[in-house]
Design a protein around this ligand. Structure first.
Ligand code: GLN
Length: 435
């Protein structure tokens, strides 16, 4: 069964320490997170034979805490996708319905948890890639505040947006993994100790996030933004609204809010993500890293052929668009504008959090796509990220938690919190789960 789902690109073990808070826990690692001695392909032909000389900080922290790594999971190539179909290693299937996609880009990770193959899986979330597959597969995914979790050893797609996050069957299990992963890392200068961040309520010093999964939402104010419900599939909206009613039944209060900027978030996200990608992926030239074409021409020809062979269509599209958006004469029109939109999105959330504790919405505005449905319509795929990408633009923490099912398919509810307030989103998510 699990073999048919195409969950893993490589099955290999890194033994965990004998004891620790995660002793006995099995972990699957997305294949863009480095594992010493175990190939790390990023779902790409380009890195099909790449074996990193060191492990990512998160992998070291998890194994030191007792978790055992069992394999590297399938993913959209370099994290670019919403379905896990852009992988050079074939698509992963959704355990809830094998004719449908598991979401992406961390589809192998979420599906491995949903199929019961592992306790916890790591994903990376640049524009929703932990939350989307968690929603589509009916499991829990946490996208931490930017800077809470080290990105050292994560192969970069768009550095200013991404965080590594845990996926698990329950909020508590995902939060327990987060506790181990979180906190400053000398190897990643963007990491922060939450207790030293102005206005942040978290504290990495006693980062027991699992303890926050107590289901207690009495007195919590939940903001419900109209923009993140408009245009969503009605079956999704109904399931999510029912779950929010469940929070009210447990003592929370809801407030309708407006986040006008989020209408532009997905456009801004794609301009920024593609621009950063075009720069990050320049290193895959057949000289420094990766596959090298067997071309006997000059360096330019070898370079071109290497990239022609090594990258798939979606990655090439993004490198081209990103290069264009950054080029002289156009960057004011695209990249600079996208940065302005990003600042506006950040401000909108900050204003909203003056009045509410968390913001609730559907994670994905749609039910899981059928296999093959999205591959020839990239724009449709991009628009499916409308609710997840604003969170990355604003650097905020968010959880996707199962809200129920519609037509037998999982529906995810997204909860977003103020920066470094993972505790509040974890608490609210555990209340949704308890309903
Ligand atoms: N679907 C989005 C994209 O393709 C998000 C990807 C991600 O978070 N890695 O860019």
């Amino acid at each position: 069964m699990a073999a048919d789902l195409n969950l893993f690109i490589t099955e290999a073990t890194i033994e965990g320490a004998d004891d620790g808070p995660l002793a006995g826990t099995t972990v699957a690692v997305k294949d863009n997170i480095s594992t010493e001695g175990i190939r790390t392909t990023c779902g790409s032909e380009m890195l099909a034979d790449y074996v990193p000389p060191y492990s990512a900080t998160v992998v070291d922290r998890l194994t030191e805490a007792g978790a055992t790594v069992v394999g590297k999971t399938n993913m959209d190539e370099f994290g670019m996708g919403t379905t896990t179909e852009t992988s050079a290693f074939g698509p992963t299937r959704n355990p809830a319905d094998p004719e449908r996609v598991p979401g992406g880009s961390s589809g192998g990770s979420a599906a491995a948890v949903a199929a019961g193959e592992v306790d916890v899986a790591l994903g990376s979330d640049t524009g929703g890639s932990v939350r989307c597959p968690a929603a589509f597969c009916g499991v829990v995914g946490i996208k931490p505040t930017y800077g809470l979790v080290s990105r050292y050893g994560l192969v970069a797609y768009a550095n200013s947006l991404e965080q590594i996050g845990p996926i698990a069957g329950t909020v508590e299990e995902a939060a327990a993994a987060l506790s181990v992963m979180a906190g400053p890392d000398p190897n990643d200068g963007t990491t922060r100790d939450p207790s030293e961040v102005d206005g942040a309520t978290g504290s990495a010093g006693d980062a027991d996030y699992a303890a926050a999964a107590d289901g207690d939402v009495d007195g919590l104010t939940v903001g419900v933004p109209t923009e993140l419900f408009d245009g969503a599939d009605e079956r999704v909206v109904e399931t999510v609204r029912d779950a929010i009613d469940g929070l009210v039944a447990r003592g929370a209060e809801t407030v309708d809010i407006s986040l006008p900027s989020v209408e532009h978030a997905v456009q801004a996200y794609y301009v920024i993500a593609m621009s950063e990608a075009s720069s990050n992926l320049a290193r895959f030239d057949g000289v420094r890293y990766g596959h090298r074409a067997d071309a006997d021409g000059n360096w330019n020809e070898t370079f071109a052929e290497t990239r022609e062979e090594g990258f798939g269509a979606e990655v090439k599209r993004r490198i081209l668009l990103g290069t264009y958006a950054l080029s002289a004469g156009y960057h004011e029109k695209y990249y600079d504008k996208a940065q302005d939109a990003r600042a506006w999105v950040r401000q909108d959330f900050e204003d909203a959090f003056a009045d509410v504790d968390v913001i609730a919405s559907p994670t994905m505005p749609v039910l899981p796509f059928e296999l093959g449905e999205g591959l020839d319509n990239p724009l449709r795929m991009y628009l499916a990220d409308a609710n997840t990408t604003p969170v990355n633009l604003a650097n905020l923490p968010a959880v996707s938690v199962p809200a129920g099912e519609a037509d037998g398919l999982p529906v995810g509810l997204q909860l977003v919190g103020p920066k470094f307030d993972e505790r509040t989103v974890i608490r609210a998510a555990s209340a949704v789960e308890a309903e």
